[in-house]
Design a protein around this ligand. Structure first.
Ligand code: ATP
Length: 206
């Protein structure tokens, strides 16, 4: 069966979920799952970025480790795939480039839905070519505790037209997880079991 095809029916609605995934956690998978049900989507690509944009600090784990952790987290999810487009492209990862590369892979018939957490909403005007984004994909914003909704943004803001999905509202973040590991605190329930095992085996975030 080809990529995105189930029972002979071509999948047309693809989610695109980019991030640092340093490490991927249950909040990420919860966000993707919420978007999948709400839209609904046939398949979601998790797209780890070698060099994320708009971040003052470099990722802690290497791109090879972050890719390996995403692969483990999506392994048992029939509706999820790892995409390498932002892991292999040199330079910072911009969503317009991610969408252009995935469009080339998936073809013109594909409907693309760019998924992001609501904390990313306010910074949308600072993304590369934000005006182009809405023409390349439908924007899907999933709620994050403490973050605004598209309807609360000022008129003319490029995020106002995003579809809003409430989602699981998980109070989990990669930064908190990596700090907890560094200080020897437990991360119970925050990570997929195989990801936690991988971190342990490779002594990441110590
Ligand atoms: P950080 O600790 O640096 O905030 P992060 O957990 O947000 O990291 P990223 O890889 O930067 O991880 O996030 C990728 C995407 O997932 C972003 O669009 C972010 O908004 C979203 N996201 C991550 N965690 C959550 C969460 N708990 N709820 C909603 N969205 C989330």
């Amino acid at each position: 069966m080809g990529l995105g095809q189930r029972e002979g029916v071509p999948a047309r609605r693809f989610g695109v979920f980019g991030g640092t995934f340093d490490p991927i956690h249950v909040g990420h998978v919860g966000v993707a799952e919420a978007a999948r049900h709400a839209v609904p989507l046939d398949l979601i690509f998790f797209v780890p970025a070698a060099r994320p944009r708009l971040r003052s600090t470099a990722p802690v784990a290497s791109i090879d480790h972050r890719v390996a952790m995403v692969r483990l987290a999506v392994h048992d999810l029939a509706w999820a795939r790892l995409s390498m487009v932002d892991a292999v492209r040199p330079g910072p990862a911009y969503s317009v480039d991610t969408l252009r590369d995935l469009r080339l892979e998936l073809g013109e018939a594909a409907d693309l839905y760019l998924i992001f957490g609501a904390d990313s909403l306010t910074s949308l005007p600072e993304w590369k070519n934000p005006g182009e984004l809405a023409g390349m994909a439908r924007l899907v914003c999933v709620g994050r505790p403490g973050s605004v909704r598209p309807s609360e943004l000022p008129p003319g803001h490029p995020g106002r037209g995003a579809m809003y999905v409430e989602g699981p509202m998980a109070e989990v973040s990669a930064t908190v997880i990596s700090k907890r590991i560094k200080s020897g605190k437990p991360t119970t329930g925050m990570l997929h079991r195989s990801v936690a095992r991988y971190i342990e085996q490779n002594r990441l975030y110590r």
